[in-house]
Ligand binder design. Structure first.
Ligand SMILES: C[S@@+](CC[C@H](N)C(=O)[O-])C[C@H]1O[C@@H](n2cnc3c(N)ncnc32)[C@H](O)[C@@H]1O
Length: 198
């Protein structure tokens, strides 16, 4: 599979899927990647890589001089992400099966950018660990569905000392053709939380 465009937002249909494994959908993914402000050569950590769509896009954005680490507690998610990495012909990706936050301390690596797409039950601890793993001037982005996760994430980010903490709520509606015309179907709201380690 080829993606030669310089902007993120690979169509969802380009990815191998498994009905048991969730995926960050293309519009939300494009926004989250934009908030991450990824640079060529960055070292990127994707916590809860799921289907691998964020891992794949980050891999393309950091390029051959960069590196992407994908973590998931579910072996099936790791296998699916690997399949997608192969489908897109990417070789700057390292996949590790394990549960955050514990697995994060075994990586022995510092990161320029961290994305948290899973792990809502332990979000405070995962944000704490991410602070330790982020380089100076590193940036974190968290996708959340639950209000409780947003609340915990903001508190944890403030306690750790993240700067420029911002919360964006996104509600995507997609057009669906009906006999009468095009009806808009809303998806559930997603919160995108971002901050800097300065
Ligand atoms: C919404 S999905 C992420 C989708 C992914 N961003 C993508 O683009 O395909 C969340 C993932 O986080 C994983 N997860 C949840 N809690 C975790 C934890 N504590 N440590 C590691 N992975 C976790 C789940 O197994 C699931 O695959």
């Amino acid at each position: 599979m080829e993606w030669n465009y310089v902007v993120p937002g690979i169509p969802d249909s380009y990815f191998e899927r498994d009905e048991e494994i969730p995926m960050t959908k293309e519009e939300i993914r494009a926004l989250a990647l934009s908030k991450l402000r990824i640079r060529r050569g960055d070292t990127f950590l994707d916590i809860g890589c799921g289907t691998g769509s964020v891992t794949i896009e980050a891999s393309l954005l950091v390029g051959n001089n960069g590196k992407v680490y994908g973590i998931d507690k579910d072996e099936k998610a790791i296998t699916l992400t690997r399949k997608n990495a192969e489908k897109f012909g990417l070789n700057n990706i390292v996949l590790v099966k394990g549960e955050a936050p514990d697995i994060l301390f075994t990586l022995d690596k510092k990161f320029d950018r961290i994305f948290i797409g899973g792990g809502s039950e332990k979000i405070s601890e995962i944000i704490g660990a991410s602070w330790e793993l982020l380089k100076e001037n590193g940036r974190i982005v968290i996708d959340a569905i639950l209000l409780e996760t947003v609340n915990k994430a903001i508190n944890a980010m403030e306690i750790m000392g993240f700067q420029n903490v911002e919360v964006t709520e996104v509600i995507i509606a997609k057009g669906m053709r009906t006999k009468m015309g095009t009806a808009m179907l809303s998806r559930n709201p997603i919160f995108i939380i971002s901050g800097d380690k300065i």
